[in-house]
Ligand binder design. Structure first.
Ligand code: UDP
Ligand code: MG
Length: 307
């Protein structure tokens, strides 16, 4: 019998755990030819998530858990689940029921047809705020422009991966984990299923605006050095402009001997100060990544687990 591992990152999700377990159990009730396990990854929750997980794993043999020593972030929680899952296929999904478990049978069907990766594209329902919708669309547009992986708008972390794909991902030693990009990047045979994201069942979104920005920066810089090229192009462009400007300055200096131009001087100083800082910042981000990578700290630390 083939085994499907479901990986669910959970950060302060006490109100959702029992519900999502029930929903998944219901789905597999109708898929009698598969064994399944649910691996909850408790990403340093401050609520009673851990207590609930321990209780649930006693009552339901298919419930497993991994407890992190602190909050490491959604991507690392999913990564830990993938690292430790041993199913023939692994499905990752959110704890808040925004990823409909009802899609699981179709994902498995596509996997059985020979696709190694079955990922999902989230369509927003009308209720999602225009702000979240447009920032998310903007993010994917920028990401596709700036990086070397083609990420479709609305790519989500609800996906099925074949064990062979997970072997590849497990071997990676990247310190900045951005699974959406990584999964696109590895190739294999991929299939996309669109779905409409539901409302969060209980609790609030754990992605603050700040986290979303960091996520976007990680995504761009983990998959591309295009921002560095952008910096170099800017440099070339302004050098060229200055080459045209210098003869003009010399010419006007020779024709009217008095020196004026305080305003234009300040403007150029301020402008180029800004441009240089941006470029330094871009360099700094990549340097920070090298720094992080070179320290070689683990991506996550497990406090306890029941697998
Ligand atoms: N999550 C996590 N660690 C974090 C933040 C979020 O494990 O630091 C989990 C969270 O419990 C949920 C999933 O990641 O299962 C997606 O988070 P959320 O629903 O808050 O994001 P949104 O759907 O609003 O983008
Ligand atoms: Mg959510």
């Amino acid at each position: 019998m083939k085994k499907i591992s479901i990986v669910i990152p959970a950060y302060n999700e006490e109100g959702n755990l029992s519900e999502i377990r029930k929903a998944i159990d219901h789905v597999f009730h109708n898929l009698p030819n598969y064994k399944y396990e649910i691996i909850f990854v408790n990403d340093g929750s401050r609520d009673r998530t851990q207590v609930f997980l321990e209780e649930m794993s006693l009552s339901f043999p298919e419930v497993r858990y991994i407890e992190f020593s602190r909050n490491f972030g959604h991507q690392y929680a999913v990564k830990a689940g993938l690292d430790l899952a041993d199913g023939n296929a692994v499905i990752s999904m959110d704890a808040d029921l925004q990823h409909p478990p009802a899609l699981i049978p179709e994902m498995i069907r596509k996997w059985e047809e020979g696709y190694d990766i079955v990922y999902t594209i989230r369509k927003y329902p009308k209720s999602i705020s225009r702000f979240k919708r447009s920032t998310s669309d903007f993010f994917y547009r920028i990401l596709s422009k700036l990086s070397d992986v083609e990420l479709e708008k609305g790519s989500s972390d609800f996906r099925l991966l074949d064990a062979s794909v997970i072997d590849v991902i497990r071997d990676g030693t990247e310190s900045d984990v951005f699974l959406r990009g990584l999964v696109k990047w590895v190739g294999f045979r991929q299939y996309a299923i669109p779905f409409v994201a539901g409302e969060r069942f209980a609790g609030e979104s754990k992605y603050s605006l700040g986290k979303m920005f960091r996520f976007a920066f990680t995504g761009i810089t983990a998959f591309s050095v295009k921002p560095l090229y952008l910096a170099a192009y800017l440099g070339f462009f302004f050098s060229l402009v200055s080459l045209l400007y210098i003869p003009y300055v010399i010419y006007s200096f020779m024709n009217h001997s008095e020196i004026s131009g305080w305003a234009s001087l300040i403007m150029t100083v301020v402008f180029f100060g800004g441009v240089q800082l941006i470029i330094l910042g871009i360099l700094g981000i990549y340097m920070g990544k090298i720094f992080k990578q070179i320290k070689g700290r683990p991506n996550y630390i497990i406090r306890s687990k029941n697998l």
